[in-house]
Design a protein around this ligand. Sequence first.
Ligand SMILES: *Cc1c(COP(=O)(O)O)cnc(C)c1O
Length: 420
Amino acid sequence: MTGSPVWHPFTQHGLQEPIPQVISASGAHIHCADGRTLLDGISSWWVITHGHCEPRIAAAIADQAGRLDQLIFAGYTHAPAEQLARSLVRLTPTGLTRVFYSDSGSTAVEVALKMALGHWHNRGEPRHRIVVMEHSYHGDTIGTMSVGERGAFNRAYAPLLFDVATVPFPLAGQEQATLDALERLCAGPEKPAAFIVEPLVLGSGGMLFYGPHLLAEMVRICRAHDVLFIADEVMTGWGRTGGLFAFDQVDVSPDILCLAKGLTGGAIPLAVTMASDRIFDSHYSPDRADMFFHSSSFTANPIACAAANANIAIWDEGGVTDRIDALGAALDAGLARLSRDSRFANPRRMGAIAAVDLIVPDAGYLSTVAPRLRAHFLEHGLLLRPLGNTIYAMPPYCTTAAQVDHIFATIGEAAGIVAG
Ligand SMILES: *Cc1c(COP(=O)(O)O)cnc(C)c1O
C-alpha cells in the first residue's frame, strides 16, 4: 500500500488525480492545507445551503453536543426531534403529517419504498411494482439503485437489482408521452405500489428540468389510480429550485416526501421520510406485526436534529429566498455569457441551479472530458464536478455575483481546454 489508506467515493484511484486536503471552510470557500482557497461551486455535493460553518448552525451543534449526544429512538424521544418534526409538518406540503428519521438521502428513499410496500401489505392487497422516471437517481444502496437509472453506476450489481417500470423523461414538447406512459402503467393489470420521482430537477441524471404543470399532472394521475406518489426532494429541497421545496410550485401534495442534504444546512447528516396519515394508519394497529420495521442506530440523532432546527430558524427569519433570487440573477448573467458560445448547448437554470452542456464527441457520465474539466477548475480555484459533459453550478446561497462571474468565466475557458 502506498500513500493514504482512504478509499474515496466515486473516485478512480488508478487515475492518480490529486486529492486536495481541506482543513477548514467558511461561506462559499474551502481552505486547503497547501494554502489554496477554493470556491465551492457545488455546495460540497449539493448539501451546504446558506454557507459553510454557518455560525448559528455550528453553535446549535456545539450546544446540543454538550447536553444529549445520542439516544435510542425506539421507544424514547427528545425535544430536538419533536420540535423538528413539528416544524417540518408546518413547512412541507399539506397532508404530510408523519416524520420518520434516518441518516442519508439513500436511507430516506429506502424508507419511502418500504413504507409504500408496507402500506399495501398491511391493507391486505400486496403490490410490489415501483414506477420510476428515466434518468433518475435516488441513491447508491441496492434498493435505491434499483429505482434509479441503470448504467455505468450500477452495472456490476444489475442482476441483484429489482425490476421496475419506467416512464420516459419528459423532454420539452414530449411531455404527453410521459403522462401517457404513467397513465398506462397505473391503469395496467399489475397495479403499482408507488411512483417515485425527483420533482422538477433530475440531479445526477444531468440537471434535467421539467415544469411544475407536468409534476402536478403526474400527481393527479397517481391519485386517480390510487398509486402512491413518492417525491424525492433530497436534492431539490431547502431552496435549490427557488422556493423552500420544489413542491411549493404546485398545489398538490405527494403521499411520501424524502428530505436530506440541506435539511441541516448541510453541516451534519440527517434525513427524513414524511408520510400522510393514510400511510401511518396502515401501520397503526394493536398487532405488533404491522409496525414499521425499520431503524438505524443514529435515527434522529439529537445533534443533527438541533442543526436542522437552527437551519429552520434561519429560513423562518426570512431573507433566504431573496438571497436565492439574487444568486439566480447572477447565474443567469453567467449563463448568458455562455449562450453566445457555440461550444456549449442547453444553458438552463432553476432557482440556485445552473447547467450547460459542453459539446463533446463522447457525451455521458464516463466522458473523458470530466476529469480534464475538474483539473482545469481546480487550477482556477474552483470546486466544480461536471456530470460527464454537463457542467453545472449549485453554489451556497451566500455566493456573491463576483464569485459567480468567476465560475462562468472559468467554465467559458474550459471549452478551449477540451478542444486543445
Ligand atoms: C443525493 C441524492 C440522494 C442520495 O442521498 P445520500 O445522502 O447521498 O444518500 C437521493 N436522491 C437524490 C435526488 C439525490 O440527489
